[in-house]
Ligand binder design. Structure first.
Ligand code: ADP
Ligand code: MG
Length: 226
């Protein structure tokens, strides 16, 4: 399993706000490795994750997961792939209103076809792993931004995705928590053999990565605008 982005160009916005965050980008992400995707704010990190996670269709180029072109999938196949194979952690956490931390994990599992009783133990363990054992039965919408994002990370890990995409996981937590989260993501990646891409500008998260891909450097290598 590996993720390949081939000749990806993305243009966003219109008129004055039109930008091309990714231009003729080529990148390869091996399985079992955590890649830290770095670059200054606005360099296209979140855009790259959205393209890799099939949430955003590039203007051109191909996204290959284990050789299969994800940009060629029908919408229903793409949705299924996202549900079953892709763990996507948005910077905002993207949790469901009204559910507790544990319920967030169990409902995602259920949607992916895993009955709650088969995953409850692991769900609780993962919430402990992200430092939320004291928040298991708290409603997620009453928790802090950092806690919400940690729930989202636990939720993504529960489904053992082939592709794990995480946007700025350590931005809203203290330094000790950041190191623990980065280590958890790195350990899980090596143990489960998934392709993991973490967008970050946090040296703590970079330090836990197996490799660092600097988008600003890649951009400098790309062909100039015609
Ligand atoms: P990063 O995650 O590295 O901070 P982003 O991928 O979020 O960068 O954004 C890359 C560039 O694309 C930025 O200049 C941003 O302003 C622009 N951008 C992002 N989303 C949109 C949008 N929906 N419309 C117009 N421009 C956008
Ligand atoms: Mg971003």
């Amino acid at each position: 399993m590996s993720l390949t982005l081939h000749d990806i160009t993305v243009t966003l916005g219109r008129g004055d706000s039109r930008t091309t965050p990714l231009r003729a980008l080529d990148a390869e992400f091996p399985a079992g490795r955590l890649t830290a995707l770095t670059g200054p704010s606005g360099s296209g990190k979140s855009t790259l994750l959205a393209v890799a996670g099939t949430l955003l269709r590039p203007d051109s180029g191909r996204v290959l997961l284990d050789g299969a072109d994800l940009t060629a999938l029908a919408p229903s196949a793409r949705a299924r792939l996202r549900r079953e194979q892709i763990g996507y952690v948005f910077q905002s956490g993207n949790l469901l209103t009204g559910l507790t931390a544990l319920e967030q994990l169990l409902s995602a599992a259920s949607i992916a076809g895993w009955p709650a009783r088969t995953v409850r133990g692991r769900a609780r363990q993962l919430l402990t792993d992200v430092g939320l054992e004291h928040r298991v039965h708290h409603r997620a919408d009453t928790l802090s931004g950092g806690e919400r994002q940690r729930i989202a990370i636990a939720r993504a890990l529960l489904l053992e995705p082939a592709l794990l995409l995480v946007d700025e996981p350590t931005a809203a937590v203290d330094r000790t928590q950041a190191a623990a989260l980065a280590a958890l993501l790195a350990d899980t990646t090596r143990r489960q053999g998934c392709v993991t891409v973490v967008a970050t500008h946090d040296p703590v998260a970079e330090a836990a990565a197996d490799r660092v891909l600097d988008l600003a450097a890649l951009r400098a290598e790309a062909p100039a605008t015609p």
